[in-house]
Design a protein around this ligand. Structure first.
Ligand code: NAD
Ligand code: GLY
Length: 368
C-alpha cells in the first residue's frame, strides 16, 4: 500500500491507500503506543462483510473485539445513535486505551469519530472508509460530528484519527451512483489546487470509471495528499485556508437543504455547485469561459449533473437558494463569502459578488 503522512505534530497520522495484503492492517496497528486495550468496530450495516473482514485483520484476540452495527443512512448521524454507541461502549467496558474502528462511508466516519472524541474525554479511532467520498475526503482531516433534525453537521469536534485505512478492494460493492458522487470531490481538488491532477483526471477518466486499481489508487493518493496539505496548514479552520475545500459547497449545501437531502447525493449537489461557482467566476471575469467548459465537461464525463434537473426546480428558486446560502458557515458580517476559481488549480475567497449576479447564475442553471 502507499502511504501519506498528515503532519499535525502530536496528532499526526498516516493514510494507507491501495490493495491491502493479509496481515498489513494488524502490522500498522501493532506499532501503536500504548497498545489498544480493545477494539470496537462500529460499522454501517450495509458493509457487514467488510467490517467482519476488517475485525479479523486487526490482529487482536477475538475476545478483545466488539462489533456494533449502525443502520445505513444520514439519519444515523444523530443524537439517538450517538447515545446508542455510548451505551454500547459502557456495556463493553471500553477504557481510555480502547480504540474505535469506523467502517463505512462519511456517515459512520463522522458518527463513530465523534463517539471517539467524546468517550472518556477522547479515545483513539481508526477510519476504514468504504466509499470513494470517504476515502478522498471525510476520513481525512478530523471533522467529526452529528446532525440536528433542523441542521446538518452543527454538533461536532475536530478529532483526528490515528490511522486511515483506504483499501481499494472495499469499493468493489459500492453502487455506481455513490462512486460517481465521490468523483465530484476529486474534480474539486484539481480545480482548487492542482492543474496537473485535473489533467490526469481528464486523461484517465475511462480507467477511473472502470475502477482500475492503479488509476483509483492514484486518484485517492493525490486527493488525500492535497487534503492533508490544506488540513496541515489550517487544522482548526481558523485562517480561511481550509475553506477552499468548500469550493462548490455553498451552492451545493443550499441545493441539498432545499431538497431535504432526499433527492441528490452530496457529490451531485456539489457538482452543480461547482458549475454555479465556475459560472459566477466567469461572469466576474475571474477565469475564462473555456476553463468553466473544461470543468463541466469533466464533471459530465464522470456522469455528474451540472444543471438543476426539471423535477427539483420548484424547490430551488433563486430567492430560496440565496436565503439558504446566507446560512453558510463561511459568511462573515452578513456577507456571502464564496470560493471562486482564478484558474484551474487556484481558487480564492471572494466576498464582493453581488446578490444580483448570484441570482443570475442560479437562474442560468435553472433555465434548461
Ligand atoms: P454514506 O456514509 O451515507 O454512504 C453512502 C451509501 O453507500 C450508504 O447507503 C452506505 O450504506 C453505502 N455504502 C458504503 N460503503 C459501501 C460499500 N463499500 N459497498 C456498498 N455500499 C456501501 O455517505 P458518504 O457519501 O460516504 O458520506 C456522506 C457523509 O459524509 C455526510 O454525512 C457528510 O456530511 C459527511 N462528510 C464529512 C466530511 C468530513 O470532513 N468529516 C466531508 C465530507 C462529507
Ligand atoms: N470537507 C471539508 C473539510 O474537511 O474541511
Amino acid at each position: 500500500m502507499q502511504s501519506i503522512d498528515v503532519p499535525l505534530g502530536p496528532r499526526s497520522y498516516v493514510i494507507h491507500i491501495g490493495n491491502a495484503a493479509p496481515g498489513q492492517l494488524g502490522l500498522a496497528i501493532g506499532s501503536f503506543s500504548p497498545p489498544p486495550s480493545k477494539a470496537i468496530v462500529i460499522y454501517d450495516a450495509e458493509v457487514k462483510l467488510i467490517a467482519e473482514k476488517t475485525a479479523k485483520e486487526l490482529g487482536f484476540e477475538p475476545a478483545k473485539v466488539c462489533m456494533i452495527d449502525v443502520p445505513s443512512g444520514e439519519e444515523s448521524k444523530s443524537i439517538r445513535y450517538l447515545e446508542y454507541l455510548w451505551k454500547n461502549l459502557l456495556q463493553f467496558g471500553v477504557d481510555r486505551k480502547g480504540i474505535i474502528v469506523a467502517v463505512g462511508g462519511g456517515v459512520i466516519g463522522d458518527l463513530a469519530g465523534f463517539a471517539a472524541a467524546t468517550w472518556n474525554r477522547g479515545i483513539r479511532f481508526i477510519q476504514v472508509p468504504t466509499t470513494l467520498l470517504a476515502m478522498v475526503d471525510s476520513s481525512v482531516g478530523g471533522k467529526t460530528g452529528i446532525n440536528l433534525p433542523e441542521a446538518k453537521n452543527v454538533i461536532g469536534s475536530f478529532w483526528q484519527p490515528s490511522l486511515v485505512w483506504a483499501d481499494i478492494a472495499n469499493l468493489a460493492t459500492l453502487p455506481t451512483r455513490e462512486f460517481r458522487s465521490g468523483l465530484a470531490e476529486v474534480v474539486k481538488y484539481g480545480i482548487i489546487l492542482d492543474a496537473d491532477f485535473f489533467e490526469y483526471l481528464e486523461n484517465h477518466a475511462d480507467a477511473i470509471l472502470a475502477r482500475d486499481t492503479s488509476a483509483l489508487t492514484e486518484v485517492i493518493r493525490r486527493s488525500c495528499l492535497l487534503k492533508a496539505r490544506v488540513v496541515a496548514e489550517d487544522e482548526w479552520e481558523t485562517t480561511g485556508r481550509r475553506a477552499i475545500l468548500n469550493y462548490g459547497h455553498t451552492f451545493g449545501h443550499a441545493i441539498e437543504s432545499l431538497t431535504e437531502y432526499g433527492t441528490l447525493l452530496h457529490g451531485e449537489a456539489v457538482s452543480i455547485g461547482m458549475s454555479m461557482a465556475g459560472h459566477l467566476a466567469a461572469s466576474l471575469q475571474r477565469w475564462p469561459d473555456h476553463s468553466l467548459d473544461q470543468q463541466n465537461q469533466l464533471l459530465e464525463r464522470f456522469g455528474l449533473p451540472t444543471r438543476i434537473m426539471a423535477g427539483i426546480q420548484k424547490h430551488l428558486t433563486a430567492d430560496r437558494m440565496i436565503q439558504a446560502m446566507m446560512h453558510d458557515k463561511k459568511n462573515t458580517y452578513g456577507k456571502l463569502n464564496l470560493i471562486l476559481p482564478n484558474r484551474i488549480g487556484e481558487v480564492q475567497t471572494v466576498s464582493d459578488a453581488t446578490i444580483d449576479l448570484v441570482r443570475k447564475t442560479i437562474s442560468h442553471h435553472l433555465a434548461l
